[in-house]
Design a protein around this ligand. Structure first.
Ligand code: S3P
Length: 435
């Protein structure tokens, strides 16, 4: 990946309509389920990001034919539950935690061995949360002290388990459900707080019998997945940067069409409204079994809040954007119960705190959150720490800083949001490639 530095300056009020790319979580899952289904599935609205392309490349390496019919569309020729072939080369998941964790579950039940690797950021992310319960199901997986690379041994008979997740994680839940497809008997997952249920909804859409409700999912091994077409909604996590940007830049009024509004993803909407944001949902509807709506966001003065802890899992990817909103709100914002932020693409409490301090924002880090005292942002040079969401959040910060904010090494933005710079500039950002 080439190094890419950005400079973000105060621009115009944000205006117009911004169509953000397809949902990352849904795109990963659609590829994986389509790959092991019987028949041909078409995925529309597929995220052309590096993370999801890495998953497509891994599946191709495992013998699945995936055609790019047009940009944002894939036709996956499913090989059936037992049709994947082993690869002697490592399977490179790039920057994608979702890709690696879900594939580990999928590969645990195969007849062949696999090695999963990732980039510098992914190579530091904890994998025992997945490999420990998979081991309870009968899998054999070697880690490097709990970190990637992962060596998944094939030919291990799996059996279902009843497992209470110690942390709310849709990735772990999904990995176990994918392994459960290959297990004898029932796999039942219980969550401490409900997390995104795309895997459950999509398994049902592909014809696999599954029962689920918020906080619980149960399936049995030994059925068949039948190919189906998937319409991927726009990614709420990508829309989040524009929700914050339009809220904090005076005079802004921005439309964000066809955004996925799965209730397990929209915590930021509630958090911003608690802070005084003016966001309305128009034309709420269903698309591909998912709630979708057009968002209209207008500038509004924000004030600090004590963030309700119950919102945390529903906005786990949106904290970097929220930190920016809090840093320019009046009063203080208190975030607790968010220790999971420390094991994302970067330690997002530490990386946001250090970047905000560079811009002169008073922020106190705690073990599981932060206290952010709102005020004005100054100029400075911040690091992305190889984390796409940190880079985009500081691009938003530059809109309201007293001068240019330089963001070093933004190449990872392409993992989830290809074309961010052009889309952002198209609605009023003043973002420049200076690297
Ligand atoms: C995801 C789940 C979340 C989220 C990640 C995508 C998924 O991770 O942060 O970006 O697609 O299942 P955790 O399961 O680790 O919370």
């Amino acid at each position: 990946m080439n190094r890419l530095d950005w400079s973000s300056r105060p621009g115009q009020p944000l205006r117009g309509s911004v169509r953000v790319p397809g949902d990352k979580s849904v795109s990963h899952r659609a590829l994986m389920l389509a790959a092991i289904a019987e028949g041909e599935s078409r995925i529309r609205g597929f995220l052309e990001g590096e993370d999801t392309r890495a998953t497509a490349a891994v599946l191709a390496q495992l013998g699945v034919r995936i055609d790019t019919s047009s940009a944002g569309e894939r036709v996956v020729h499913g090989v059936g539950l037992h049709g994947l072939c082993g690869s002697s080369s490592p399977l490179d998941c790039g920057n994608a935690g979702t890709g690696m964790r879900l594939l580990t579950g999928l590969l645990a039940g195969q007849a062949f061995d696999s090695t999963l690797i990732g980039d510098a950021s992914l190579s530091k992310r904890p994998m025992r949360r997945v490999t420990d319960p998979l081991t309870l199901m009968g899998a054999r997986i070697d880690t490097h002290d709990g970190l990637p690379p992962l060596r998944v041994h094939g030919g291990q008979p799996l059996h279902g388990i009843r497992y209470e997740l110690p942390v709310a994680s849709a990735q772990v839940k999904s990995a176990l459900l994918l392994a459960g497809l290959y297990g004898i008997g029932d796999t039942e997952i219980l969550e401490p707080h409900p997390t995104r249920d795309y895997t459950e909804r999509m398994l049902a859409a592909f014809g696999w019998p599954i029962t689920f409700e918020p906080g619980r999912a149960k399936l049995q091994g030994g059925h068949t997945l039948h190919a189906t077409d998937v319409d991927v909604p726009a990614d709420f996590s990508s829309a989040a940067f524009f929700l914050v940007a339009a809220s904090i830049v005076p005079g802004s009024e921005l439309h964000l069409p066809a955004v996925g509004l799965n209730p397990r993803r929209t915590g930021l909407l509630h958090a911003l409204r608690l802070m005084g944001a003016d966001i309305t949902i128009e034309h709420q509807r269903e698309s591909g079994g998912e709630p979708v709506g057009d968002l209209l966001v207008r500038h509004a003065p924000l004030h600090g809040v004590e963030l309700p802890e119950a919102l945390v899992p529903d906005m786990i990817d949106e904290f970097p954007a929220l930190f920016i909103a809090a840093a320019v709100a009046s009063g203080s914002t208190v975030i607790r119960g968010a220790a999971e932020l420390r094991v994302k693409e970067s330690d997002r409490i530490a990386t946001m705190a250090s970047g905000l301090r560079v811009l002169g924002a008073p922020i106190e880090e705690t073990a599981d959150g932060a206290i952010i005292h709102g005020g004005k942002l100054g100029v400075g040079s911040v690091e992305s720490h190889l984390d796409h969401r940190i880079a985009m959040s500081f691009a938003v910060a530059g809109l309201v800083a007293s001068g240019p904010v330089r963001i070093n090494d933004c190449s990872h933005v392409a993992t989830s949001f290809p074309g961010f710079l052009e889309l952002a500039n198209g609605c009023g950002f003043a973002l420049q490639d200076v690297g």
